[in-house]
Design a binder for this molecule. Structure first.
Ligand code: M6R
Length: 614
């Protein structure tokens, strides 16, 4: 979704750092970009539809050498259209005060129509269809010489969410930033200050950061950051150190971030697991959950909420919790949960899954669950993210930054974190120490099992080659492998633009089988775990309709291999780990199909990395 970068320095020209910051945010998805620089005689504003590279080319053409050198303060933005088409007029920064004030915004101003009408009555003329432009005009309207006070006053009138950065030619040495419901981080370097909506645009400059909290408004000048509440009272926020460096968000020799992140999974999962298993007690140590055995014993039901890939991980969680802890668990799409009068209370444990920790639907569901008195935990990857903070307790995935829009390592880390959580909960209930010890040993095998799947990359690429031209595909799985079928279908839709559907293997014959023909490959999840025999029956039904079947089969399982047209072999695995082992093969399959179709893998059309609108 939209991205913000701000740069403040005494001597360093701002244009270069702003553009490189925008490049770092490209992975989030966007359709236009813009920059505003503060020059001694006014603002310089450049906007462009399309890619950041095109904005950069515009700057190279139109920003004079003198301005480039002397503009050391500026703000920049990548926009993912919500209100109004992706045009130059609608691109940020938006101007007000006769072009003296420029503002960039992430989020949505829900009451923008009434605010706009009020401003229009006062003679303000709007040039865009965006909700953001009202913010710029409101601040300009209230500016009586104190930009921070004017921003606070304007923001107090706003309903909705925002992360903003603004500069003004009337206050040339300062920048104001604020957040509510949309992240904003301030990087405090030795001589320069960088602001961004995502820490990945900051780590090239500094790893010392301040995470703003909702309701914070900061005045930044060269060498100082003063943070206030919306009532303009000073507040203090600690400077924290980001625990990863720039290498983590570079491609490291891989052609795409997605491929890098798929191959990173053994290490990512080692980090998810590290220090969290007790091989002697046969349990998991998840201190971030902060739940006493008594609280765990009192839980009657689990609700696992998430969207997209995170929802699919949550669906795997249902099987894990019900099997290992004997406790009913319902996975829920976060927005549906939020708007369907969720029946949760003090006996329910709501687990929110989110890679980014910023997904608006999941966040809204978290807030609703807290309001209703449920016990709420967040399983997030991004440290300090809103869901992690608001849930107050949880498990960080520690999978490292995920740049590719298509989520891969977050899924396997989420399933692993859920497995450890189910183990912990199970050990307070029906799970024996012996079973616990077996599971701990299983979890410790995950990184090596994933490595073994990655070794099959070439074979998977060959299978992808055979089917890369298909326009429709089906993915089938049974029981704990059903969510993996959904995830396989989602991956190929997202990055290869192939229409794909995931089904419970048994459901296919209740309707979708009507679509099967020689042009509709079926990917069948056939790991050798209970239920496989039945899925093999479903495979026969597909082949009888001449649909080619690609089977993910366990090494040495000649029966399954013989039952399919193309077999991709997987290392033997337990039932609990089968989703992880299988999904890695599906991630690679989707990746190769997308590559062969010439798709833009890391930034698929219409998608955003972090969906911060409901
Ligand atoms: O950051 P989150 O895990 O909350 O994101 C949820 C979904 O938006 C995300 O998983 C999305 O479906 C991905 N594009 C999947 O690859």
């Amino acid at each position: 979704m939209c991205g913000i970068v701000g740069f403040m320095s005494r001597n360093t020209p701002a244009a270069g750092p702003l553009v490189s910051g925008l490049h770092r945010l490209e992975y989030r998805g966007y359709d236009s970009a813009g920059v505003a620089l503060v020059a001694p005689d006014g603002l310089r504003v450049y906007k462009q539809t399309g890619k950041v590279a095109e904005l950069d080319a515009l700057l190279k053409r139109e920003l004079s050498e003198e301005d480039r050198r002397r503009c050391t303060i500026g703000i920049a933005h990548t926009r993912w259209a919500t209100h109004g088409l992706p045009t130059r007029e609608n691109a940020h920064p938006h101007l007000a005060g006769g072009g003296t004030l420029a503002l960039v915004h992430n989020g949505i101003v829900e009451n923008y129509a009434s605010l706009r009408a009020g401003l229009e009555k006062r003679g303000v003329q709007f040039v865009s269809q965006t909700d953001t432009e009202v913010l710029a005009h409101l601040v300009a309207h209230y500016d009586q010489g104190d930009l921070l006070a004017a921003t606070c006053k304007a923001l107090r009138r706003v309903e909705g969410t925002y992360g903003i950065a603004l500069v003004s030619a009337k206050h040339p040495g300062e920048m104001i930033v604020a957040r509510k419901g949309s992240p904003l981080v301030i990087g405090v370097g030795e001589s320069d200050i960088v602001v961004a909506s995502d820490v990945s645009a900051i780590v090239a400059f500094t790893r010392q950061v301040i995470y703003l909290k909702d309701g914070d408004v900061a005045r930044i000048t060269p060498g100082s950051v003063d943070i206030h509440s919306l009532d303009n009272a000073p507040v203090s926020r600690e400077v924290q150190e980001v625990d990863w460096d720039i290498g983590a968000i570079e491609k490291g020799g891989y052609e795409h971030f997605m491929l890098k992140e798929i191959f990173e999974q053994p290490d990512a999962l080692r980090n998810t697991i590290r220090g969290r298993l007790d091989p002697t007690g046969g349990t998991a140590i998840l201190s971030g959950l902060n739940l006493s055995p008594r609280e765990l014993a009192a839980i009657r039901r689990l609700v696992i909420i998430g969207c997209g890939t995170s929802l699919h991980a949550g669906m795997v969680g249902k099987y894990l919790f019900e099997d290992l802890a004997d406790i009913p668990a319902s996975p829920e799409q976060a927005a549906e949960f939020r708007y369907c009068n969720p029946i949760v209370g003090p006996d329910d444990w709501v687990i929110a899954l989110s890679q980014s920790g910023e997904t608006a639907d999941t966040l809204a569901a978290v807030r609703e669950s807290i309001r209703k008195g449920a016990l709420v935990s967040g399983l997030c990857n991004v440290v300090g993210s809103t869901i992690a903070r608001e849930a107050g307790r949880g498990v960080y995935l520690h999978a490292g930054p995920e740049i590719s829009v298509a989520s891969t390592k977050a899924f396997t880390a989420q399933v692993t974190a859920l497995l450890m959580t189910a183990l912990k909960l199970g050990r307070t209930r029906r799970l024996s120490r012996e079973e616990g010890i077996r599971l701990v040993a299983e979890i410790m095998r995950i990184p090596d099992l994933i490595s073994a799947v990655l070794e099959r990359n070439d074979a998977i690429a060959r299978a992808a080659e055979k089917h890369a031209n298909a326009n429709d595909m089906f993915f089938i799985g049974r029981g704990i492998l059903y969510p993996t079928a959904l995830e396989g279908a989602l991956k190929i839709k997202e990055i290869a633009y192939v229409h794909a559907e995931g089904y419970q293997a048994a459901e296919l014959k209740h309707g979708p089988i009507a679509l099967l023909c020689p042009k509709t490959p079926v990917v069948a999840l056939l790991a050798d775990i209970p239920g496989k025999e039945k899925t093999l029956g479903n495979v026969q039904e597909c082949r009888a309709r001449r649909a080619p079947v690609i089977g993910l089969v366990t090494e040495g399982d000649s029966e399954a291999a013989a039952a399919v047209d193309d077999a991709i072999t997987l290392p033997p695995t337990s039932r609990e780990l089968a989703p992880i082992v299988s999904v890695v093969a599906l991630q690679l399959f989707a990746y190769h199909v997308a590559r062969l179709r010439g798709c833009e893998i890391d930034q698929p059309r219409n998608l955003a990395k972090s969906v911060t609108v409901e």
